[in-house]
Write a protein that binds this ligand. Structure first.
Ligand SMILES: *Cc1c(COP(=O)(O)O)cnc(C)c1O
Length: 474
């Protein structure tokens, strides 16, 4: 991982090496007469520059970022078609919160979450309530806040303490849930994943739940590995707990990635509002929703699942529009892009795109699983994401961090990292297949992995382990 400070230091060093300007200056490679060609790195330039010059500087700097097509570490979409690009450029100025000035964008937002509510089998989309967000993190915060407030209201009504709320989650939750618990003073109760229980599956849930439990988070597409947590089994465990103790505990489904995969690829799997205990579901539109970064969705089964005290009124064409959000102003363009994609692709189109990604994931998992060096953790048949370990006893000369580094030489970003608590001695490597990783590219990747493994296996002495770091795993 590179900290921002390190990054700046590196970039300064790079500029020092090129010998251009002084150490704190950027110098574009071209120098037309009359143009400002030196820019201070960390201070606002005193004067103006030509738009071409400023553009070229920013363009060239951005070029140093990785190649997103070869980045198999991230879930976030990086490509949309030219019509979407055009729409984005036309609507980049729209502010989502300004429902008065942009009533049509507001109406389209509502259409989108209603479509999603239907996709997630809400009993009646007209009775559901939802909103767009800046991503899953905000969507999860809102889902969590609704759980907390519902619990508080019920406790107060019963004359009981609201001092010590807790939330049950897998130890493999995404960092946004740690933030939620930290920021809103909720005790996280992590259920550790183990070799036998590779995700939260309801096992021994009764040991974690009590009267202060505001809810259980179930993940559709665990970030570390891509597996679905069995929402229906978790709900069944909570049904048993309710029968024994009377505690009625709701579920929030974090479908950051799976929320836009399961409706298309596993339509018969009951993970959504078909499971009665599921009160709310969130997703990242910028993951398998296929929209550019900056959009998420959260939907509650019915308006009564979202305490009305949390909802603010925003003026809307002289009327009022309910709003539940952490941000005030945020871009509206992504909502229009989501609507564009819903119209453009429809159910069939989404199915085809997701199926193509899954086919590539299953192909890659098959090829990698076949190599003696590796043991698959899963096979890419939930979301198109899978992880593998080094086969025990295969080698004492190299590990998955070395393989990750080796693959970087070819441009591939394929992170290796330890699993969470209780399994931290297990290191896995993960591939996220997104729209755009074609079968052709995948075949090149298999060859590159085979080459890298052959090189590492042929070493006469072990690779050094100094300076190995684990990479971005969210
Ligand atoms: C990516 C992810 C998040 C956070 O999503 P953002 O849209 O990046 O805020 C939350 N939960 C899970 C399971 C994720 O995979």
């Amino acid at each position: 991982m590179t900290t921002p400070d390190e990054h700046i230091r590196r970039s300064e060093r790079r500029h020092a090496f090129t010998g251009i300007g002084d150490q704190n200056q950027l110098n574009p490679l071209f120098a037309r007469e009359g143009e400002a060609t030196d820019f201070p790195l960390n201070a606002l330039p005193a004067g103006e520059s030509l738009p071409e010059t400023a553009y070229q500087v920013v363009h060239d700097e951005a070029m140093l970022d990785g190649n997103s097509r070869l980045n198999l570490a991230t879930f976030v979409g990086t490509w949309m078609d030219p019509h979407a690009d055009r729409l984005y450029a036309e609507t980049a100025d729209k502010n989502m919160v300004d429902k008065d000035e942009y009533p049509q964008t507001a109406a389209i937002e509502t259409r989108c979450w209603k479509m999603i509510a239907t996709l997630w089998n809400a009993p009646d989309a007209e009775l559901a309530i939802g909103t767009s967000t800046i991503g899953s993190s905000e969507a999860c915060m809102l889902g969590g806040l609704a759980l907390k407030r519902r619990w508080q209201l019920a406790r107060r009504a019963a004359g009981k303490s609201t001092e010590k709320p807790n939330l049950i989650l897998s130890s493999a939750v995404q960092v946004c849930w740690e933030k939620f618990c930290n920021y809103w003073d909720v005790e996280p109760r992590y259920v550790p994943i183990t070799d036998e229980h590779k995700c939260l599956d309801g096992f021994e849930l009764e040991n974690y739940v009590d009267e202060n439990t505001i809810g259980v988070v179930a993940i559709m597409g665990v970030t570390y590995t891509g597996v679905y947590e069995p929402v229906a089994e978790i709900a069944a465990a909570l049904d048993r707990i309710q029968a024994e103790t009377g505690l009625d505990i709701p579920i929030h489904v974090d479908g950051a990635s799976g929320g836009m995969i399961a409706p298309f690829l596993q339509p018969d799997l009951p993970w959504d509002f078909r499971v009665e205990r599921v009160a709310s579901i969130s997703t990242s539109a910028h993951k398998y929703g296929l929209v550019y970064p900056g959009l998420g969705w959260v939907v509650w089964r019915t308006v009564s699942d979202l305490p009305k005290e949390l909802v603010f009124d925003v003026t809307y064409l002289g009327g009022h529009m309910p709003s539940f959000a952490l941000n005030f102003s945020r871009p509206g363009a992504q909502v229009l892009l989501q609507y564009y994609l819903f119209l453009r692709l429809g159910w069939d189109g989404y199915y085809k795109v997701q199926k193509a990604s899954q086919d590539v994931a299953v192909y890659l998992a098959g090829e990698i699983g076949r190599m003696p060096a590796f043991d698959l953790w899963n096979d890419g048949t939930d979301i198109p994401v899978f992880a593998w370990q080094l086969t025990k006893g295969h080698t004492d000369k190299w590990n998955l961090y070395h393989l990750s580094e080796r693959l970087r030489l070819k441009g591939w970003l394929i992170p290796a990292y330890p699993m969470p608590d209780n399994l931290t001695d297990v290191v896995v490597q993960r591939i996220v297949v997104r729209n755009g990783l074609s079968r052709n590219l995948a075949e090149s990747l298999v060859l590159d992995i085979q080459d890298a493994v052959a090189y590492l296996d042929a070493l006469e002495s072990p690779m050094p382990t100094e300076g190995l770091t684990h990479a971005f795993a969210h």
